[in-house]
Write a new protein. Structure first.
Length: 153
């Protein structure tokens, strides 16, 4: 095999995992920076965990887990950003019990004050629409773009 081609192959083999690790690190750092800007702790955090537990009860497809939460102002509206995980049922085999978990940036909004969320489907993707709370998946790059426009150049 051509040594130049072999060297290129090794570079690709090492560069792809490095790129994925850097991307994962950047995503986590950016999310935590957003959430920790106005982090929620104490009783308010316990209330958020209880709201997520109430969402998890009727939801058979997914389980949502809260690791951290923070207040966030978006387009003059208040929402709570949640850094956590989404667990989902998958195919079980000898290597996997059938349960998968992936990190996620979520947003929870009171159902009474959620009409504005329909105006931003590129940022907020509905995951669970309950009678008391609405849970959304947050598109981080769209959220950053929207907040940059809000602040100006």
């Amino acid at each position: 095999m051509n040594p130049t081609l072999r060297l290129f192959g090794y570079a690709v083999i090492w560069a792809l995992p490095a790129f994925l690790m850097i991307r994962s690190f950047w995503f986590r750092r950016t999310v935590l920076r957003l959430v920790l800007r106005d982090e929620i702790t104490g009783l308010k955090f316990a209330e958020i965990c209880q709201a997520i537990a109430a969402i998890n009860r009727p939801c058979s497809e997914h389980t949502f887990v809260v690791k951290r939460a923070g207040n966030f102002r978006f387009r003059e509206n208040s929402l709570i950003l949640i850094w956590g995980c989404i667990g989902s049922q998958g195919a079980a085999n000898e290597k996997s019990p059938g349960w998968r978990s992936s990190p996620a940036l979520l947003a929870i909004v009171d159902a009474d004050h959620a009409d504005w969320t329909k105006d931003y489907p590129d940022v907020l993707a509905p995951l669970f629409l309950g009678p008391r709370h609405l849970l959304f998946g947050v598109n981080l790059s769209a959220l950053r773009t929207q907040t940059k426009h809000e602040r100006g150049p």
